[in-house]
Design a binder for this molecule. Structure first.
Ligand SMILES: *Cc1c(COP(=O)(O)O)cnc(C)c1O
Length: 386
């Protein structure tokens, strides 16, 4: 039987057909006026998405490349960094810092929770020599959104840099790089940007640019200063992922013409409809709401008692056509994650809830058929303007 495919993961996300068509055109060379124009325009449009006047550089790498750059370009061996973490991606920041000989003060909370700004303030008081605070915004592994605005308010009053993994937050949730006082923010192409993996983005404030001059950690490919210099001449330091840069140009124009604030609103409505839907059949969110804010990029759902959770993503994908994510690390089998990131609209709410119901029924969970879909649909009707 035909199984129609839908990609609904929190990255890589679905790519619109118009963008696939753009990327299918014959390749152009990267040292040409044609491509220079794309580099220059992308840099300007990215600033609008990050809400910043400062540079946003593009690396040819997955998001982790920009995370690594946010360590190697701002710190020196033996520097102290506070790493806020309550999930797999926060842990990655600590691992990168440790790999480069940075002294890490880990400020941890259990998976499903967050770390409050007051705890960061306390840690900064206890460690006045801290050079940078690293935090997640949307912790994709647990589907929890951290209070980045609140944490930035604390950090901006100190000499430390505020460095944010906003990889599933930029272009999905409210984010004001300059107004909030964020010094470094990183993002990735395969998330809200609706294009394949292969590009990462990094924006840096003036305070960050000053700190960059003092940093002595080794860097070569991910040298932000070199990339900013090349961008000043409307080009890139190395051969970039030309095709994806072209896709990005189209995607950024789509995002800007929808309006960034509308893009953010759409993410909230789609995510909220999914949250309403899953809870309508007795399922529980993994995010410890109302003590934390759930992410609007992804919804982590607790696997109900008696159901083999490891089978849910595979069944949903292979038998029912809808690719969602399972749990990472120790969360494997305990949660599954529905997506609302990137090229996602009302239809994707129904598609995911429907496939989820089919999978759960097959795995023996008892519920009223169609109830999650109906609840999601009702939420959309009441809250989405058609
Ligand atoms: C996807 C993601 C990353 C980057 O992962 P890559 O596989 O390197 O692109 C980092 N942080 C978060 C929160 C993510 O969702």
């Amino acid at each position: 039987m035909l199984v129609k495919k839908f990609l609904c993961a929190p990255g890589p996300t679905a790519v619109p057909a118009e963008i696939l068509n753009e990327m299918a055109k014959p390749l152009i060379h990267h040292r040409t006026p044609q491509f220079d124009a794309i580099v220059a325009e992308n840099a300007e449009l990215l600033k609008q998405v990050f809400k910043t006047k400062n540079p946003v550089v593009t690396f040819t790498s997955s998001g982790t490349g920009a995370m690594e750059a946010s360590v190697t370009n701002f710190l020196s061996k033996g520097d102290k960094a506070i790493v806020v973490s309550a999930g797999k991606f926060g842990e990655r920041f600590a691992e990168i810092c440790t790999a480069y000989g940075v002294e890490v003060v880990e400020l941890k909370a259990d998976y499903g929770k967050d770390v409050k700004p007051a705890a960061v303030a306390e840690a900064l008081k206890a460690n006045p020599d801290t050079k940078a605070v690293y935090t997640e915004y949307s912790e994709t592994s647990t589907a929890v959104a951290f209070d980045v605005k609140g944490i930035a308010d604390v950090v901006r009053k100190t000499g430390a840099l505020m460095i944010v993994d906003a990889i599933t937050a930029v272009g999905a949730m409210e984010f004001e790089m300059d107004a909030w006082g964020v010094d470094v923010a990183v993002a990735g192409s395969q998330k809200s940007f609706m294009i394949p993996p292969g590009l990462s983005f990094l924006s840096v404030s003036e305070k960050g640019l000053k700190a960059m001059e003092k940093s002595t950690l080794p860097k070569y490919y991910f040298d932000i200063a070199g990339e900013i210099k090349a961008n000043g001449k409307s080009t890139t330091a190395w051969t970039p992922a030309v095709t994806i840069m072209i896709g990005l140009n189209y995607a950024l124009k789509m995002m800007i013409s929808e309006g960034i604030d509308n893009v953010v609103k759409r993410h909230f409505i789609v995510a909220e409809a999914i949250r309403v839907g899953v809870q309508a059949i007795g399922l529980k969110l993994f995010a410890d709401v109302p003590n934390v804010r759930p992410s609007d990029a992804v919804t982590a759902v607790r696997v109900p008692e008696g159901v083999d959770g490891k089978k849910i993503p595979g069944l949903m994908q292979d038998k029912f056509g809808v690719t969602v994510a399972g749990g990472q690390g120790s969360m494997a089998g305990n949660i599954f994650r529905l997506g609302s990131l990137g090229y996602m609209d009302k239809t994707d709410v129904i598609v995911q809830l429907q496939a989820m119901e089919l999978a759960l029924k097959e795995l023996g969970y008892k519920f009223e058929a169609g109830k999650s879909v109906a609840a999601g649909q009702k939420y959309l009707m009441d809250n989405m303007k058609f």
